[in-house]
Design a protein around this ligand. Structure first.
Ligand code: TXA
Ligand code: MG
Length: 341
């Protein structure tokens, strides 16, 4: 398949109309959002979502998030919208928050991965919203990476993974948040946080009161246990390089590296620390800056492969606020391998 690449600088660019035309006629296009790039297609057409699963190599039981540009598009997708859902939308939409509710008939089972619920989000990225609006339908859009790889935060990585597999790629530079949206299920009481992201657990509690953080946010799913969010059970965000998180002070991290390094060892550390380390280094934001770490983590995981390291020892991020999302992605990239020093 020939993949067109559109460079887009504003929501008024002509390429937005071209993109919408492709989507209207059943094509699939990688588009920017404030979180990560998404691979978009008409969410109401199961044939289109089949193409999305195929291009990503994604297992078909892993449901897709449906993206809307206007609140009026939400109601037809779900059975009903409870008060607390409106309250969340009021406060955090448009933005990096996905809300799960029981689905209506118009949502194909292929989109919900066979579940009776549907995940919906309204992105804040202006280009994303213009594309949804002009295409006239809600858009299913998983992250625009090959299944299992780190999510793409710039078009370069989308091109690496999906060139020749999709109709077009819209290049609008770097994503501002850098980790995927927060996913909250309102299908149970108290609501359950399934994936941490830019909207923090604290921000959710402000609106919802008590919430439960799903165990899969922190821990590897026990064998045989059913995942509340099917995505949590799959291998995720993995570079080819083996990632090991080393938890402890920077001094102890340094000593650990000195003792355990080989020619092919790298460090995934905070900005500034590379000057004090004797191995190849990739940085992922500043210490004590979770938002900066979120913006950089996926890019850093891709670069770890690019520098040819066999094994990378990663600094342990703080886990409060957006830091929880950073930790959640990094610990999956590391297959839950954490060494305490
Ligand atoms: O920020 C984002 O959410 C990005 C951008 C492109 O919008 N999209 C994204 O989609 O991250 P994806 O498909 O890579 O991740 C969706 C996650 C998966 O872990 C999936 O299992 C979960 O959301 N999910 C989707 N629908 C669900 C449902 N009905 N019930 C439980 N989990 C659901
Ligand atoms: Mg994904």
């Amino acid at each position: 398949m020939e993949t067109q690449i559109f460079k887009v600088f504003s929501e008024n660019d002509e390429a937005i109309d071209k993109t919408a035309d492709i989507l209207k006629s059943g094509g699939i296009v990688a588009i920017p959002t404030e979180t990560v790039y998404g691979l978009a297609g008409n969410a109401l057409d199961g044939n289109v979502t089949d193409k999305i699963y195929a291009a990503k190599g994604r297992p078909s039981d892993n449901p897709l998030i449906v993206h809307i540009s206007d609140i009026s598009q939400w109601r037809p997708l779900v059975k009903e919208i409870p008060e607390n859902a409106y309250a969340l939308a009021d406060k955090y939409w448009p933005g990096p928050l996905t809300v799960i509710l029981p689905k209506s008939e118009i949502v194909p089972d292929k989109v919900s991965g066979g579940l009776s619920t549907v995940a919906v989000r309204m992105p804040s990225d202006k280009i994303a919203r213009a594309i949804i609006e002009k295409s006239g339908v809600p858009l299913a859009a998983p992250s625009a990476n090959t299944s299992g790889k780190p999510s793409p935060t710039s078009a370069k990585y989308v091109i690496e993974d999906l060139m020749g597999k999709v109709d077009a790629i819209v290049d609008a530079g770097e994503c501002s948040v850098g980790v995927e949206s927060t996913v909250i299920s309102l299908c149970e009481t108290p609501p359950r946080l399934l994936r941490p992201g830019g909207i923090t657990a604290e921000m959710l509690t402000d609106v919802l009161g008590e919430i439960v953080i799903d165990d899969a946010v922190f821990n590897k799913l026990a064998d045989g246990k059913k995942a509340a969010s099917p995505g949590m059970k799959y291998k995720h965000y993995s570079p080819d390089t083996q990632v090991i998180i080393v938890k402890g002070s920077f001094e102890d991290f340094k000593k650990f590296i000195e003792k355990n390094k080989t020619e092919k060892t790298a460090a995934l550390c905070f900005e500034g620390e590379e000057k004090e380390l004797s191995v190849m280094c990739v940085t992922y934001g500043k210490k004590n800056d979770p938002a900066g770490q979120a913006k950089n983590i996926f890019d850093a995981l891709r670069r770890v492969d690019e520098i040819g390291a066999e094994k990378v020892f990663a600094r342990f991020p703080e886990t409060d606020g957006v830091g929880l999302a950073v930790f959640n992605r990094l610990v999956r990239a590391a297959a839950f391998n954490i060494i305490e020093v």
